[in-house]
Design a protein around this ligand. Sequence first.
Ligand code: ZN
Ligand code: ZN
Length: 549
Amino acid sequence: MNHYQEAKVIIVYSYTAILELYLLCSLDATMRACKYLFSFLLLAVGHRYVTCRTIYLEVNTPTKEEIAFLKKYGYLPEESAEDIDFAYTPQSISEGLKKMQAFAGLPATGTLDSETKKLFNMKRCGVKDIENNISTRSRRYLVQQGWSSKNITFRVLNEPSTLSKERVEKQVEASLAIWAPHGGLTFTKVDTGHADIRFSFMRGDHGDGFPFDGLGHIVAHAFPPPVGALHFDDDEFWGDSPDKEQQVENDITDLFAVAVHEIGHALGLYHSDVKSSVMYPYYKVSVEKLSLDDIMGMHEIYMKDELFELEDIPLDVTESDSSVVPKFTRADDESNENEIPDLCYTNYDTIQVIQGKIFVFEEEWVWVLSKRRQIEEGYPKRYHDVFIGLPADINIVKTIYEKPNGKISIFSGRQYWEFDSNFHFLKRGSITEYSIPRNVPELTTVFISNYNNKTYLIEYERFWRYDEAKGAMDKGYPKDMSAWRQLPYPVDAAIIWEEDTFFFRGPRFWRFDNELVQAHEYYPLPTAQIWFPCQSNDEMYRYITNDEP
Ligand code: ZN
Ligand code: ZN
């Protein structure tokens, strides 16, 4: 029973008690005064009872507008059977509310409490929070396609009633400057003709199918590349004053804060549920710099093949956000074998690409990802249930690799187990067959380089190079791991992914430059947030340096 129901019951009881006293009084005509007193109480409590009932109903039943809100931002399926609001069951509305609460960083209760109600009226961006065609498992600085050129033109088409065009341009330029270094982008202003990114101020229905709503609530929206249009609601009082207090007092909407956010969309970013991200959908004025979440999104779109601008990552996270505080769920009691390790807060026994998918091994589990941050349905599974015939006493997959002939070898200790492409056991062997000396207890990493198609067998501080075609080790090995510059060792895993070589160690990874034979300068980065569907958090800042914590 919730507290509204409780309150209701108490009031009904009080009401009944007073009613009885009232009737008692009425029996005796001499108790006229008493009768009046109770008439008064009866009316007062009766009124309270009615008011309470009204609140109760109001709080638990979303209005038509609120259902429309849930639909608009992607928290309710857009096309229900007959597309009338009645078609939503209380359960589906509660589920929608939960998603909305979680995205905003509120407790996901599924009930329409006062904090949740506030969200309906808050100033915010008009772009959807959840794209229906995107799996929620892969959320977090979700990106769409970016601009194909890094030289992007922009144009301010008009100005709002409250600011001159020059002042708008100044704010727009400042907002673009925040994004530019994180994508290696240059923005060039044009005053006539077509521009990639266009800023304009419009009112109400302005012809793109997403009408504005007058003062408050939706303040702007933007379209991703290749459209690049940014629309600001001209019914807002747009301001550029640095005095934030004065802005709040006069209900002024800060152009800079909103422009930074909308530019994010125009560069290809979706909304983020990380409160410190500038891509958080609700309006906030404290936008001074991008969060790591935003930076990683830009990195994903524009910097994949280039260096990651580590210097620009804000190392002091000013806004503490309880929803992203790391929760260490690693079991203290390691004997509990049913505990599935949290992929976001663990090291990884090994990681490898097999049949084009990413396999992650930790303890007795394997996760399979069809691409970065997208875990396949049904995983994690016990790897003994995936690699049929692997002896039950194998309790760690130290390293694994897929041979050019499609066969897969799992290494543990000095032994390996070979499987066919359907993961059925074929044979057992020993690393002696690779001519690995007898004093090597195990290999930590085996991978085939796409640079020279050679197989690298890595111990702790040494590695060998094997030629699969010849079935023989190359001469001049082992070599020292220090030959691979900027890379700490021992490593836990090495993979080739989209033509790039990545090394993994603990919670970090490095991208390796085969030409320079060294790790890229701006690595490591945190493995969990880049490869797995894990939320950004303060903890990951520790992983972007070669220093061990
Ligand atoms: Zn937005
Ligand atoms: Zn518009």
